[in-house]
Design a protein around this ligand. Structure first.
Ligand SMILES: [Zn+2]
Length: 478
Protein backbone atom coordinates (compact mmCIF):
# COMPACT_ATOMS: atom_id res chain seq x y z
CA UNK A 1 0.00 0.00 0.00
CA UNK A 2 1.17 3.48 -0.79
CA UNK A 3 0.97 6.50 1.48
CA UNK A 4 -0.84 8.24 -1.32
CA UNK A 5 -3.95 6.11 -0.77
CA UNK A 6 -5.61 8.85 1.25
CA UNK A 7 -5.12 11.37 -1.50
CA UNK A 8 -6.96 9.88 -4.44
CA UNK A 9 -9.14 12.53 -6.06
CA UNK A 10 -11.53 11.84 -8.91
CA UNK A 11 -13.77 14.06 -10.98
CA UNK A 12 -17.38 13.07 -10.40
CA UNK A 13 -19.80 13.76 -13.26
CA UNK A 14 -22.67 13.59 -10.76
CA UNK A 15 -21.43 16.66 -8.84
CA UNK A 16 -19.33 18.21 -11.65
CA UNK A 17 -16.42 18.48 -9.19
CA UNK A 18 -13.16 16.82 -8.30
CA UNK A 19 -13.66 15.05 -4.98
CA UNK A 20 -11.68 13.07 -2.44
CA UNK A 21 -12.33 9.41 -3.09
CA UNK A 22 -13.45 7.56 0.02
CA UNK A 23 -14.31 3.93 -0.67
CA UNK A 24 -17.46 2.47 0.86
CA UNK A 25 -15.37 -0.51 1.98
CA UNK A 26 -11.59 -0.25 1.47
CA UNK A 27 -11.38 -4.03 1.70
CA UNK A 28 -13.48 -4.26 -1.47
CA UNK A 29 -13.38 -1.22 -3.74
CA UNK A 30 -15.97 -1.78 -6.48
CA UNK A 31 -16.03 -0.44 -10.04
CA UNK A 32 -18.40 -1.08 -12.94
CA UNK A 33 -17.68 -0.08 -16.54
CA UNK A 34 -20.05 -0.55 -19.49
CA UNK A 35 -18.48 -2.98 -21.92
CA UNK A 36 -18.86 -3.64 -25.66
CA UNK A 37 -21.94 -4.62 -27.62
CA UNK A 38 -20.59 -7.59 -29.51
CA UNK A 39 -21.82 -7.32 -33.08
CA UNK A 40 -18.74 -6.00 -34.91
CA UNK A 41 -15.05 -5.20 -34.45
CA UNK A 42 -14.49 -2.71 -31.63
CA UNK A 43 -13.42 0.67 -33.03
CA UNK A 44 -10.65 2.82 -31.58
CA UNK A 45 -13.21 4.99 -29.81
CA UNK A 46 -14.21 1.86 -27.87
CA UNK A 47 -10.57 1.30 -26.94
CA UNK A 48 -10.41 4.54 -24.98
CA UNK A 49 -12.62 3.60 -21.99
CA UNK A 50 -11.05 0.13 -21.88
CA UNK A 51 -7.56 1.66 -21.57
CA UNK A 52 -8.57 4.52 -19.27
CA UNK A 53 -10.40 2.30 -16.79
CA UNK A 54 -7.61 -0.25 -16.95
CA UNK A 55 -5.37 2.49 -15.52
CA UNK A 56 -8.00 3.29 -12.87
CA UNK A 57 -8.11 -0.45 -12.01
CA UNK A 58 -4.31 -0.62 -11.76
CA UNK A 59 -4.21 2.49 -9.58
CA UNK A 60 -6.91 1.19 -7.22
CA UNK A 61 -5.03 -2.11 -6.92
CA UNK A 62 -1.89 -0.18 -6.08
CA UNK A 63 -3.66 1.92 -3.46
CA UNK A 64 -5.89 -0.69 -1.82
CA UNK A 65 -4.17 -3.97 -2.68
CA UNK A 66 -4.82 -6.34 -5.57
CA UNK A 67 -7.25 -8.50 -3.64
CA UNK A 68 -9.30 -5.52 -2.52
CA UNK A 69 -10.61 -4.26 -5.84
CA UNK A 70 -13.48 -5.72 -7.88
CA UNK A 71 -13.77 -4.53 -11.46
CA UNK A 72 -16.82 -5.60 -13.47
CA UNK A 73 -17.06 -4.93 -17.19
CA UNK A 74 -20.02 -6.46 -18.96
CA UNK A 75 -20.54 -7.87 -22.44
CA UNK A 76 -23.76 -6.80 -24.15
CA UNK A 77 -24.79 -9.87 -26.10
CA UNK A 78 -28.46 -9.01 -26.56
CA UNK A 79 -29.18 -6.12 -28.89
CA UNK A 80 -31.09 -5.57 -32.11
CA UNK A 81 -27.82 -4.74 -33.87
CA UNK A 82 -26.67 -8.27 -33.05
CA UNK A 83 -29.87 -9.76 -34.53
CA UNK A 84 -29.37 -7.70 -37.69
CA UNK A 85 -25.79 -8.86 -37.97
CA UNK A 86 -26.79 -12.51 -37.53
CA UNK A 87 -29.42 -12.16 -40.26
CA UNK A 88 -26.93 -10.46 -42.55
CA UNK A 89 -24.17 -13.03 -42.04
CA UNK A 90 -26.28 -16.16 -41.79
CA UNK A 91 -29.50 -15.18 -43.58
CA UNK A 92 -29.30 -17.98 -46.14
CA UNK A 93 -28.58 -20.69 -43.56
CA UNK A 94 -31.41 -19.41 -41.37
CA UNK A 95 -33.86 -19.26 -44.30
CA UNK A 96 -33.02 -22.81 -45.37
CA UNK A 97 -33.41 -24.09 -41.80
CA UNK A 98 -29.76 -25.13 -41.49
CA UNK A 99 -29.21 -22.73 -38.62
CA UNK A 100 -31.55 -21.36 -35.98
CA UNK A 101 -31.51 -17.62 -35.31
CA UNK A 102 -30.34 -18.26 -31.75
CA UNK A 103 -27.42 -20.33 -33.00
CA UNK A 104 -26.51 -17.64 -35.55
CA UNK A 105 -26.64 -15.00 -32.81
CA UNK A 106 -24.43 -17.13 -30.58
CA UNK A 107 -21.87 -17.42 -33.38
CA UNK A 108 -21.84 -13.66 -33.93
CA UNK A 109 -21.47 -12.81 -30.24
CA UNK A 110 -18.82 -15.45 -29.45
CA UNK A 111 -16.68 -14.54 -32.41
CA UNK A 112 -16.93 -10.83 -31.70
CA UNK A 113 -16.24 -11.23 -27.97
CA UNK A 114 -13.16 -13.35 -28.73
CA UNK A 115 -11.90 -10.69 -31.10
CA UNK A 116 -12.50 -7.99 -28.49
CA UNK A 117 -10.51 -9.99 -25.92
CA UNK A 118 -7.61 -10.43 -28.32
CA UNK A 119 -7.63 -6.70 -29.16
CA UNK A 120 -7.65 -5.45 -25.59
CA UNK A 121 -4.99 -7.95 -24.48
CA UNK A 122 -2.77 -6.44 -27.19
CA UNK A 123 -3.45 -3.02 -25.68
CA UNK A 124 -1.93 -4.16 -22.40
CA UNK A 125 -5.20 -4.21 -20.46
CA UNK A 126 -5.71 -6.49 -17.48
CA UNK A 127 -8.79 -8.66 -17.51
CA UNK A 128 -11.56 -7.33 -15.29
CA UNK A 129 -12.34 -9.32 -12.15
CA UNK A 130 -15.66 -10.45 -13.64
CA UNK A 131 -16.99 -10.12 -17.18
CA UNK A 132 -20.67 -11.09 -17.16
CA UNK A 133 -22.74 -11.52 -20.33
CA UNK A 134 -26.14 -9.84 -20.38
CA UNK A 135 -27.99 -12.93 -21.63
CA UNK A 136 -27.06 -14.77 -18.44
CA UNK A 137 -28.86 -12.15 -16.35
CA UNK A 138 -32.23 -11.89 -18.09
CA UNK A 139 -34.10 -14.57 -16.11
CA UNK A 140 -34.05 -15.34 -12.37
CA UNK A 141 -30.88 -17.27 -11.61
CA UNK A 142 -30.33 -20.41 -9.57
CA UNK A 143 -27.63 -18.59 -7.56
CA UNK A 144 -30.10 -15.85 -6.57
CA UNK A 145 -27.97 -13.02 -8.05
CA UNK A 146 -29.85 -9.99 -9.38
CA UNK A 147 -31.55 -10.46 -12.77
CA UNK A 148 -33.43 -8.20 -15.17
CA UNK A 149 -36.92 -9.77 -14.96
CA UNK A 150 -36.96 -9.60 -11.15
CA UNK A 151 -35.73 -5.99 -11.22
CA UNK A 152 -38.46 -5.01 -13.68
CA UNK A 153 -41.05 -6.77 -11.53
CA UNK A 154 -39.88 -4.82 -8.51
CA UNK A 155 -40.07 -1.53 -10.43
CA UNK A 156 -43.69 -2.29 -11.35
CA UNK A 157 -44.55 -3.23 -7.74
CA UNK A 158 -43.02 -0.01 -6.43
CA UNK A 159 -44.95 2.12 -8.90
CA UNK A 160 -42.00 3.07 -11.10
CA UNK A 161 -42.95 1.11 -14.23
CA UNK A 162 -46.07 0.29 -16.22
CA UNK A 163 -47.18 -2.01 -19.00
CA UNK A 164 -48.42 -0.42 -22.23
CA UNK A 165 -48.84 -1.77 -25.76
CA UNK A 166 -46.81 -4.90 -25.03
CA UNK A 167 -43.93 -3.01 -23.46
CA UNK A 168 -42.88 -2.40 -19.92
CA UNK A 169 -41.84 1.22 -19.55
CA UNK A 170 -40.06 3.11 -16.78
CA UNK A 171 -42.23 5.93 -15.49
CA UNK A 172 -39.82 8.88 -15.30
CA UNK A 173 -42.44 11.07 -13.61
CA UNK A 174 -42.39 8.67 -10.65
CA UNK A 175 -38.83 9.77 -9.82
CA UNK A 176 -38.78 13.43 -8.77
CA UNK A 177 -35.01 13.85 -9.27
CA UNK A 178 -34.74 11.98 -12.58
CA UNK A 179 -32.06 13.63 -14.71
CA UNK A 180 -29.48 14.40 -11.99
CA UNK A 181 -26.52 12.96 -13.85
CA UNK A 182 -27.14 14.67 -17.18
CA UNK A 183 -28.63 17.74 -15.42
CA UNK A 184 -31.71 17.68 -17.58
CA UNK A 185 -34.96 18.47 -15.91
CA UNK A 186 -38.08 16.70 -16.96
CA UNK A 187 -40.06 19.77 -18.07
CA UNK A 188 -37.26 20.98 -20.32
CA UNK A 189 -36.94 17.56 -21.80
CA UNK A 190 -40.62 17.40 -22.61
CA UNK A 191 -40.62 20.88 -24.09
CA UNK A 192 -37.58 20.01 -26.15
CA UNK A 193 -38.83 16.66 -27.40
CA UNK A 194 -38.75 16.90 -31.16
CA UNK A 195 -39.64 13.37 -32.05
CA UNK A 196 -43.26 12.38 -32.19
CA UNK A 197 -44.24 10.96 -28.82
CA UNK A 198 -45.23 7.32 -28.86
CA UNK A 199 -48.84 7.45 -27.85
CA UNK A 200 -48.57 4.61 -25.37
CA UNK A 201 -45.95 6.44 -23.29
CA UNK A 202 -47.12 8.53 -20.34
CA UNK A 203 -44.11 10.82 -20.87
CA UNK A 204 -41.81 11.13 -23.85
CA UNK A 205 -38.77 10.37 -21.66
CA UNK A 206 -40.18 7.06 -20.40
CA UNK A 207 -37.92 4.30 -21.60
CA UNK A 208 -38.30 0.64 -22.41
CA UNK A 209 -37.49 -2.01 -19.80
CA UNK A 210 -39.01 -4.92 -21.71
CA UNK A 211 -40.40 -5.37 -25.21
CA UNK A 212 -42.18 -8.25 -26.90
CA UNK A 213 -40.33 -10.38 -29.46
CA UNK A 214 -41.79 -11.73 -32.66
CA UNK A 215 -41.25 -15.47 -33.24
CA UNK A 216 -38.24 -14.55 -35.45
CA UNK A 217 -36.61 -12.52 -32.70
CA UNK A 218 -34.71 -13.85 -29.68
CA UNK A 219 -36.80 -13.85 -26.55
CA UNK A 220 -37.28 -15.08 -23.02
CA UNK A 221 -40.52 -15.98 -21.26
CA UNK A 222 -41.60 -13.35 -18.78
CA UNK A 223 -44.72 -12.24 -16.86
CA UNK A 224 -45.29 -9.80 -19.79
CA UNK A 225 -44.94 -12.38 -22.55
CA UNK A 226 -42.02 -13.68 -24.55
CA UNK A 227 -39.71 -10.76 -25.12
CA UNK A 228 -36.34 -9.19 -24.52
CA UNK A 229 -34.93 -6.47 -22.28
CA UNK A 230 -34.36 -2.83 -23.19
CA UNK A 231 -30.73 -1.74 -23.24
CA UNK A 232 -30.30 -0.07 -19.85
CA UNK A 233 -31.67 -2.68 -17.46
CA UNK A 234 -28.80 -5.13 -18.00
CA UNK A 235 -26.23 -2.90 -16.29
CA UNK A 236 -28.52 -2.35 -13.30
CA UNK A 237 -28.83 -6.14 -12.96
CA UNK A 238 -25.17 -7.06 -13.49
CA UNK A 239 -23.77 -4.32 -11.26
CA UNK A 240 -26.15 -5.33 -8.44
CA UNK A 241 -25.25 -9.00 -9.02
CA UNK A 242 -21.53 -8.46 -8.45
CA UNK A 243 -21.13 -5.13 -6.68
CA UNK A 244 -24.29 -4.68 -4.62
CA UNK A 245 -27.00 -2.02 -4.67
CA UNK A 246 -24.57 0.86 -4.07
CA UNK A 247 -20.94 0.75 -5.16
CA UNK A 248 -17.94 3.06 -5.58
CA UNK A 249 -17.23 3.92 -9.22
CA UNK A 250 -19.24 3.66 -12.42
CA UNK A 251 -17.44 4.44 -15.65
CA UNK A 252 -17.89 4.72 -19.38
CA UNK A 253 -17.64 7.13 -22.30
CA UNK A 254 -19.17 10.61 -22.24
CA UNK A 255 -21.73 9.51 -24.83
CA UNK A 256 -23.27 7.14 -22.27
CA UNK A 257 -24.26 9.84 -19.74
CA UNK A 258 -27.61 10.23 -21.42
CA UNK A 259 -29.68 8.20 -21.78
CA UNK A 260 -27.82 5.07 -20.70
CA UNK A 261 -26.30 6.03 -17.35
CA UNK A 262 -29.16 8.33 -16.41
CA UNK A 263 -31.53 5.41 -16.89
CA UNK A 264 -29.31 2.92 -15.09
CA UNK A 265 -29.43 5.26 -12.09
CA UNK A 266 -33.22 5.59 -12.32
CA UNK A 267 -33.75 1.82 -12.47
CA UNK A 268 -31.29 0.91 -9.72
CA UNK A 269 -32.26 3.62 -7.25
CA UNK A 270 -35.99 3.06 -7.71
CA UNK A 271 -35.74 -0.74 -7.54
CA UNK A 272 -33.53 -0.73 -4.43
CA UNK A 273 -34.86 2.43 -2.75
CA UNK A 274 -31.35 3.88 -2.48
CA UNK A 275 -30.08 7.47 -2.63
CA UNK A 276 -27.36 6.67 -5.16
CA UNK A 277 -26.33 3.85 -7.47
CA UNK A 278 -22.59 4.61 -7.56
CA UNK A 279 -20.79 7.28 -5.57
CA UNK A 280 -18.49 8.44 -8.36
CA UNK A 281 -19.38 8.60 -12.06
CA UNK A 282 -16.36 8.82 -14.34
CA UNK A 283 -16.57 9.55 -18.06
CA UNK A 284 -13.87 9.64 -20.68
CA UNK A 285 -13.97 12.24 -23.45
CA UNK A 286 -14.73 11.84 -27.14
CA UNK A 287 -12.30 10.65 -29.77
CA UNK A 288 -11.74 12.18 -33.19
CA UNK A 289 -9.53 10.95 -35.99
CA UNK A 290 -7.23 13.43 -37.75
CA UNK A 291 -9.41 16.31 -36.62
CA UNK A 292 -12.72 14.84 -37.70
CA UNK A 293 -15.51 12.94 -36.03
CA UNK A 294 -15.00 9.25 -36.77
CA UNK A 295 -17.72 7.96 -39.08
CA UNK A 296 -18.14 5.25 -41.65
CA UNK A 297 -19.36 7.74 -44.25
CA UNK A 298 -16.21 9.90 -43.89
CA UNK A 299 -14.04 6.82 -44.41
CA UNK A 300 -12.10 7.52 -41.21
CA UNK A 301 -13.65 4.74 -39.15
CA UNK A 302 -10.98 2.41 -37.78
CA UNK A 303 -11.22 -0.71 -35.69
CA UNK A 304 -8.61 -1.52 -33.05
CA UNK A 305 -7.78 -4.57 -35.10
CA UNK A 306 -7.13 -2.52 -38.25
CA UNK A 307 -4.52 -0.46 -36.42
CA UNK A 308 -2.86 -3.52 -34.91
CA UNK A 309 -2.96 -5.93 -37.82
CA UNK A 310 -3.33 -3.98 -41.07
CA UNK A 311 -1.67 -1.07 -42.80
CA UNK A 312 -4.78 1.07 -43.26
CA UNK A 313 -3.80 3.77 -40.73
CA UNK A 314 -0.65 5.63 -41.74
CA UNK A 315 0.45 2.83 -44.08
CA UNK A 316 1.74 0.52 -41.34
CA UNK A 317 0.81 -1.67 -38.38
CA UNK A 318 1.02 -0.20 -34.87
CA UNK A 319 2.05 -2.08 -31.72
CA UNK A 320 -0.73 -2.21 -29.11
CA UNK A 321 1.34 -0.42 -26.49
CA UNK A 322 1.97 2.50 -28.84
CA UNK A 323 -1.77 2.85 -29.27
CA UNK A 324 -2.11 2.59 -25.48
CA UNK A 325 0.40 5.36 -24.81
CA UNK A 326 -1.05 7.59 -27.54
CA UNK A 327 -4.45 7.25 -25.89
CA UNK A 328 -3.09 8.09 -22.42
CA UNK A 329 -1.04 11.11 -23.51
CA UNK A 330 -4.29 13.10 -23.50
CA UNK A 331 -6.07 13.45 -20.15
CA UNK A 332 -8.99 11.06 -20.07
CA UNK A 333 -11.64 13.78 -19.75
CA UNK A 334 -10.32 15.82 -22.67
CA UNK A 335 -11.36 15.13 -26.25
CA UNK A 336 -8.60 13.30 -28.08
CA UNK A 337 -7.55 13.80 -31.67
CA UNK A 338 -6.18 10.49 -32.80
CA UNK A 339 -3.63 10.85 -35.55
CA UNK A 340 -0.63 9.21 -37.17
CA UNK A 341 1.52 11.99 -35.74
CA UNK A 342 0.31 11.19 -32.23
CA UNK A 343 1.12 7.51 -32.69
CA UNK A 344 4.60 8.37 -33.98
CA UNK A 345 5.17 10.63 -31.00
CA UNK A 346 4.06 7.85 -28.63
CA UNK A 347 6.33 5.35 -30.35
CA UNK A 348 9.38 7.62 -30.03
CA UNK A 349 8.67 8.35 -26.39
CA UNK A 350 8.15 4.69 -25.59
CA UNK A 351 11.39 3.76 -27.35
CA UNK A 352 13.36 6.28 -25.25
CA UNK A 353 11.77 5.11 -22.02
CA UNK A 354 12.40 1.46 -22.78
CA UNK A 355 16.00 2.00 -23.75
CA UNK A 356 16.54 3.75 -20.40
CA UNK A 357 14.62 1.09 -18.47
CA UNK A 358 16.78 -1.60 -20.08
CA UNK A 359 19.73 -0.21 -18.09
CA UNK A 360 18.20 -1.81 -14.99
CA UNK A 361 18.45 -5.57 -14.57
CA UNK A 362 15.18 -5.64 -12.63
CA UNK A 363 12.29 -3.35 -11.77
CA UNK A 364 12.34 -1.53 -8.43
CA UNK A 365 10.10 -3.01 -5.74
CA UNK A 366 8.42 0.34 -5.09
CA UNK A 367 6.76 2.63 -7.59
CA UNK A 368 7.98 6.23 -7.51
CA UNK A 369 5.66 8.22 -5.22
CA UNK A 370 5.51 10.98 -7.84
CA UNK A 371 3.93 8.60 -10.38
CA UNK A 372 1.30 7.41 -7.91
CA UNK A 373 0.62 10.99 -6.81
CA UNK A 374 0.15 12.18 -10.39
CA UNK A 375 -2.31 9.41 -11.19
CA UNK A 376 -4.09 9.98 -7.87
CA UNK A 377 -4.88 13.51 -9.06
CA UNK A 378 -7.81 12.47 -11.24
CA UNK A 379 -5.56 10.31 -13.39
CA UNK A 380 -3.12 13.01 -14.50
CA UNK A 381 -1.33 10.67 -16.90
CA UNK A 382 0.52 13.55 -18.51
CA UNK A 383 2.15 14.48 -15.18
CA UNK A 384 3.02 10.82 -14.56
CA UNK A 385 4.67 10.65 -17.99
CA UNK A 386 6.76 13.72 -17.17
CA UNK A 387 8.13 11.78 -14.19
CA UNK A 388 8.95 8.89 -16.52
CA UNK A 389 10.78 11.18 -18.92
CA UNK A 390 12.76 12.66 -16.03
CA UNK A 391 13.69 9.17 -14.80
CA UNK A 392 14.75 8.22 -18.33
CA UNK A 393 17.06 11.25 -18.35
CA UNK A 394 18.65 10.18 -15.07
CA UNK A 395 18.87 6.48 -15.88
CA UNK A 396 22.30 4.89 -15.99
CA UNK A 397 23.53 1.29 -15.95
CA UNK A 398 21.99 -0.40 -12.92
CA UNK A 399 20.93 2.79 -11.07
CA UNK A 400 17.75 3.48 -9.12
CA UNK A 401 16.24 5.77 -11.77
CA UNK A 402 16.37 2.99 -14.36
CA UNK A 403 14.84 0.50 -11.92
CA UNK A 404 12.07 2.96 -10.95
CA UNK A 405 11.36 3.65 -14.61
CA UNK A 406 11.11 -0.07 -15.29
CA UNK A 407 8.68 -0.51 -12.40
CA UNK A 408 6.58 2.43 -13.60
CA UNK A 409 6.35 1.19 -17.19
CA UNK A 410 5.32 -2.25 -16.10
CA UNK A 411 2.73 -0.80 -13.69
CA UNK A 412 1.25 1.32 -16.48
CA UNK A 413 0.83 -1.74 -18.68
CA UNK A 414 3.85 -1.39 -20.96
CA UNK A 415 5.94 -4.41 -21.77
CA UNK A 416 9.42 -4.04 -20.30
CA UNK A 417 10.43 -7.47 -21.47
CA UNK A 418 12.04 -8.41 -18.21
CA UNK A 419 9.23 -10.39 -16.75
CA UNK A 420 11.31 -13.49 -16.19
CA UNK A 421 9.56 -16.12 -18.23
CA UNK A 422 8.96 -19.38 -16.44
CA UNK A 423 9.62 -21.96 -19.14
CA UNK A 424 7.92 -24.75 -17.20
CA UNK A 425 4.71 -22.71 -16.87
CA UNK A 426 4.76 -21.81 -20.56
CA UNK A 427 5.20 -25.47 -21.55
CA UNK A 428 2.23 -26.38 -19.37
CA UNK A 429 0.09 -23.62 -20.87
CA UNK A 430 1.01 -24.73 -24.41
CA UNK A 431 0.10 -28.35 -23.63
CA UNK A 432 -3.21 -27.27 -22.15
CA UNK A 433 -3.92 -25.09 -25.20
CA UNK A 434 -3.20 -27.97 -27.61
CA UNK A 435 -5.69 -30.13 -25.68
CA UNK A 436 -8.29 -27.37 -25.99
CA UNK A 437 -7.64 -27.05 -29.72
CA UNK A 438 -8.05 -30.81 -30.11
CA UNK A 439 -11.38 -30.46 -28.29
CA UNK A 440 -12.30 -27.54 -30.59
CA UNK A 441 -12.62 -25.20 -27.60
CA UNK A 442 -11.25 -22.26 -29.56
CA UNK A 443 -12.35 -19.58 -27.11
CA UNK A 444 -10.39 -21.07 -24.20
CA UNK A 445 -7.42 -21.86 -26.42
CA UNK A 446 -7.33 -18.26 -27.63
CA UNK A 447 -7.60 -17.00 -24.08
CA UNK A 448 -4.45 -18.90 -23.10
CA UNK A 449 -2.64 -17.56 -26.14
CA UNK A 450 -3.70 -14.00 -25.29
CA UNK A 451 -2.72 -14.35 -21.65
CA UNK A 452 0.77 -15.40 -22.66
CA UNK A 453 0.91 -12.55 -25.14
CA UNK A 454 0.00 -10.09 -22.42
CA UNK A 455 3.10 -11.38 -20.58
CA UNK A 456 5.17 -10.79 -23.71
CA UNK A 457 5.26 -14.43 -24.81
CA UNK A 458 4.19 -14.93 -28.41
CA UNK A 459 3.15 -18.39 -29.57
CA UNK A 460 3.84 -19.66 -33.06
CA UNK A 461 1.86 -22.59 -34.41
CA UNK A 462 3.41 -24.90 -36.96
CA UNK A 463 3.64 -28.50 -38.08
CA UNK A 464 6.38 -30.97 -37.30
CA UNK A 465 8.00 -31.49 -40.76
CA UNK A 466 8.31 -35.23 -40.21
CA UNK A 467 5.24 -36.32 -38.28
CA UNK A 468 2.91 -33.54 -39.51
CA UNK A 469 1.79 -33.10 -35.91
CA UNK A 470 0.84 -29.60 -34.68
CA UNK A 471 3.64 -28.07 -32.67
CA UNK A 472 3.77 -24.76 -30.87
CA UNK A 473 6.91 -22.76 -30.24
CA UNK A 474 7.26 -19.45 -28.43
CA UNK A 475 9.39 -16.37 -28.28
CA UNK A 476 9.62 -13.33 -26.08
CA UNK A 477 8.26 -10.37 -27.97
CA UNK A 478 9.88 -7.02 -27.29
ZN1 LIG B 1 -24.11 0.19 -18.90
Amino acid sequence: MSDASKDLRLYNTLTRAKEDFVPIDPRNVRMYVCGPTVYDFAHIGNARPVIVFDVVFRLLRQLYGEKHVTYVRNITDVDDKINDRALRDFGAEIASGKLSLNEAIRRVTEKTADQFHRDVAMLGCLEPTVEPCATEFVEPRPDGKADMISLIQRLIERGHAYVAAGEVLFDTASMPDYGQLSKRNLDEQQAGARVAVDVHKKNPQDFVLWKLSSPEEPGWDSPWGRGRPGWHIECSAMSAAYLGEVFDIHGGGLDLIFPHHENEIAQSRCAHGTETMAKVWMHNGFLQVEGQKMSKSLGNFYSINELLETETFGGRKWPGEVLRLAMLMTHYREPIDFSVRKLEEAENTLRKWKRAADLAPAAAQQLPVAVVDALSDDLATYAAFQVLTQLAGEAAEGNDAAASLKASLSFLGFDVGTAKVDEGEIAKAIARRLELIAAKNWAEADRIRDELLAQGVQLKDGKDPITGERITTWEVKR
